[in-house]
Design a protein around this ligand. Sequence first.
Ligand SMILES: Nc1ncnc2c1ncn2[C@@H]1O[C@H](COP(=O)(O)OP(=O)(O)OP(=O)(O)O)[C@@H](O)[C@H]1O
Ligand SMILES: [Mg+2]
Length: 315
Amino acid sequence: MTRATQTLEAVGLTKKYGSFKALDSLNLRIEGSKCVGFLGPNGAGKTTTLKIFTGLIRPSAGSALVNGMDVHAQKRKALATVAALVETPEIYPSFTPNEALMMIAKLRGVPPEIRRKKVEDALHEVRMEDWRDKKVGEFSKGMKQRINIASTLLNDPEIVLLDEPSSGLDPRGMSEVREIIRGLKERKRLIFMSSHLLAEVTEVCDEAALVDHGKLLAYDTIQRLTERFSVGGVLEAGFVGPVTAEILKSVESIRGVVSAARIDDKSLRLKFSGGPDAQAMIYSELGGLKIGVNSLRPASSALEDVYLNLVKENV
Ligand SMILES: Nc1ncnc2c1ncn2[C@@H]1O[C@H](COP(=O)(O)OP(=O)(O)OP(=O)(O)O)[C@@H](O)[C@H]1O
Ligand SMILES: [Mg+2]
């Protein structure tokens, strides 16, 4: 499938509720087929941004552009290739996915002669074909969310906006949703999704935009964000035998290690300062000490570290 390059652009996007600025001149330009995570603390302005990009609310100032078209000045045209899952009502429990999606396709103006095919394709994309004629009321939350995602795919959108797609799901539901988002990317779509799950964003997104207090703090590839803003972290080290006082002392004396504490008999949690280079040094030092380290892993994701640092600075 070939598509023109899609773009989403916020230009001085501002949203006021009374005198409170939920969005404060937000500038962001996303281009191409990729998945971009939208991160920020509660109340940062993520849902507000997504609602403006879906035409659900109007900005107080600035503009939201989709493929260069203003969402509010040229709503129909700008949103023709956009699908969104932002505050979607629950599907009526006695409907089957087939019935619900056929109805939504009709409401969205999908021509009758291709409706069935579009519904089949969408069900296939979220791997729910086998459930097409079962009642939605019997589905798990994860399955319902897959049907919700399918409902956004009926117009074969170029751009998909998702507001916390995994929120409220159990680990299995989350992993199913993650799988589907990965699939969406394969069809050359631009996916922009808000999330509080940094591991999820690291896993499925190519880039991340961080907002706080209605302003953009950073937007870059996840790799570059980690390189730029990571200033230390926490590692967990496992040992073949018990962690002796001597081992503890030698770990504490490694350059860059700020502190080390036993988690249990055979493992340590160590805090370090510095970026990825410092981390690499600590890895090699720990190996070189020959103190029986048999596992070593970051206790928090690198993106979490970046997020916490950026959000902290912005208080
Ligand atoms: N209709 C409204 N009236 C007044 N204030 C609002 C309204 N909608 C949102 N806000 C405020 O705007 C700010 C941004 O809200 P928004 O929902 O965009 O945040 P968010 O980043 O999506 O947060 P969360 O992670 O909790 O979903 C919050 O302080 C919120 O209280
Ligand atoms: Mg929100």
